[in-house]
Design a protein around this ligand. Structure first.
Ligand code: C2O
Length: 537
């Protein structure tokens, strides 16, 4: 393994999309940002220079950050943000991880344009556990906003109402042919007949789960969230914000030009950007201008069956070389309700003096003004409490009438876990206001998805159906709309670890909490000391 140095300059740059230009915050002037390449077990030293006039942090989404929480990146959770004209050196090791992950800004809504892929190749000489592809391509899915996303969320937080939605989806930064005036803005993927390509898909969008489909071709899924899965064939991939998916594309069709369609999945009656982003797959040797594109129909917005078919097919590879070490004995059994609520807001003129909030176990998370990891490490009192409830405070019944009182409590409450304890966490969508799927992301860990269902979780019968043999291992799950998901992980990473909905609007509304994992007793079981250049709040 080696040490790799990267320099990421956060700079403004002018981009033209959908017929209008705007200045956006980027990494090194690129949208999406540059791909970072490394190998399993490499150490990355990434210098982030802030050349814009707002605070910045970068999160390395899915990197476990064993004992190096100082490099994790969520603002006010593990670090104070990097102020304008200052820099911070992120220093971490990719211990035992290989596959596709990604990085993004983790302060306010800056990640709409500040993001890019991380490609972690296996150790030198170690093959993939699937046939070697002839070539590899990174495909970052995102959103394009005509307005400034920081202004969009600031306005929504002031009014108490839901923010606007994006103006188009994008594929490697380009919306494709369908939206008006963007005929030049199509991503083309050139393939050679008979060859196989590994596509590394990332959903970097803010607020929508996305379907990904290529006309005339079946995809073979081989990895999600940088963990290998048992390969399976499918024609439509579902990918939630935060998730990554590697698929093999076999160029085995008639030479031609095929449409790639990226469209939203939302089985809730909420507003979404309904536009389908398009790209094309070209077989080399054809005359692209004179070849008609073979089209495909993206699934309808509420195609839950299409989404479930993909999700239900996921299994850990669970081979001798890549075993699934699912915790079997559980120390902490937790039940968290995930949903929305309404709180009083006298200053909110637009919504009758109230605002929409997000909550976990009825707690709406209040962002601290000192980073939680710093408060924990230096024993600064008064920043957080460790009384996050292990269970929902009121009996939860999704199928019955909703609660009369939608008000949540506010707090910066953490759930404390002893080092190396095992956790089972059942996440239940409350369906309050609207049943809606939530892409829940846990920092600092991968977890196993042992069960999933619709309606109320049944603590007596559902565990009997859990998959404890080869459940998929991930860092982000799409919690089904009006349903539940059970995950398991081992708290072997001391520090403070954020868990939140990866719909940026829900995070802003408070659908987030954090775990505090104590130091262990062994020599390598404590948070390492913070670096000298850690930003101050
Ligand atoms: Cu990808 Cu806390 O985020």
């Amino acid at each position: 393994c080696r040490v790799r140095h990267y320099k990421l300059n956060v700079v403004k740059k002018n981009y033209t999309r959908l017929c209008s230009s705007k200045s956006i915050v980027t990494i090194n002037g690129k949208f999406p940002g540059p791909t970072l390449y490394a190998r399993e077990d490499d150490t990355l030293l990434i210098r982030v220079n802030n050349h814009v006039n707002v605070n910045v942090t970068i999160h390395w989404h899915g990197v476990r950050q064993l004992r190096t929480g100082w490099a994790d990146g969520p603002a006010y959770i593990t670090q104070c943000p990097i102020p304008p004209r200052q820099s911070y050196l992120y220093n971490f090791t990719l211990t035992g991880q290989r596959g596709t992950l990604w990085y993004h800004a983790h302060v306010n809504w800056l990640r709409s344009t500040v993001h890019g892929a991380i490609v972690i190749l296996p150790k030198r000489g170690v093959p993939y556990p699937f046939p070697k592809p002839d070539d590899e391509l990174v495909v970052v899915l995102g959103e394009w906003w005509k307005s400034d996303t920081e202004a969009v969320i600031n306005e929504a937080m002031k009014s108490g109402l839901a923010p606007n939605v994006s103006d188009a989806h994008t594929i490697n930064g380009l919306p494709g042919t369908l939206p008006n005036c963007s005929s030049q803005e199509v991503y083309n993927l050139a393939v050679e007949k008979g060859k196989t390509y590994l596509l590394r898909l990332v959903n970097a969008g803010l607020n929508e789960e996305l379907f990904f489909k290529i006309a005339g071709h079946t995809l073979t899924v081989v990895e999600v969230d940088a963990t290998y899965v048992k390969p399976f064939k499918i024609d439509t991939v579902i990918i939630a914000p935060g998730q990554t998916t590697n698929v093999l594309l076999n160029a085995d069709q008639k030479s031609g030009k095929y449409l790639v369609a990226v469209s939203p999945f939302m089985d809730a009656p909420v507003a979404v950007d309904n536009l389908t982003a398009t790209a094309t797959v070209h077989y080399t040797g054809i005359n692209a201008a004179n070849t008609p594109t073979i089209l495909t129909n993206p699934p309808p917005k509420n195609a839950t069956k299409v989404s479930d078919k993909f999700t239900d097919s996921l299994r850990s590879l669970n081979s001798q070389k890549y075993p699934a070490n699912v915790p079997l004995k559980i120390d902490h059994s937790l039940f968290f309700t995930i949903g929305l609520g309404v709180n009083p807001c006298p200053s909110c003129k637009a919504a009758n003096g109230s605002r929409v909030v997000g909550s976990v176990n009825n707690v709406t998370f209040v962002m601290p003004t000192t980073a939680l990891l710093q408060a924990h490490y230096f024993n600064i009192s008064g920043v957080f409490t460790t009384d996050f409830p292990a269970n929902s405070p009121h009996v939860f019944n999704y199928t019955g009438p909703g609660p009369a009182n939608l008000q949540t409590t506010n707090g910066t409450r953490l759930y404390r876990l002893p080092f190396n304890s095992t956790v089972q966490l059942v996440l239940q969508d409350t369906g309050i206001i609207a049943p809606e799927s939530h892409p829940i992301h846990l920092h600092g860990f991968n977890f196993f998805v042992v069960g999933r269902g619709v309606g109320n979780y049944d603590p007596k019968n559902d565990p009997k159906k859990f998959n404890l043999v080869d459940p998929v291992e991930r860092n982000t799950i799409g919690l089904p709309s009006g349903g539940w998901t059970a995950i398991r992980f081992r708290a072997d990473n001391p520090g403070v670890w954020f868990m939140h909905c990866h719909f940026e609007v829900h995070t802003s509304w408070g659908l987030k909490m954090a775990f505090l994992v104590d130091n262990g007793k062994g020599p390598n079981q404590s948070v390492i000391p913070p670096p000298k250049d850690l930003p101050k709040c």
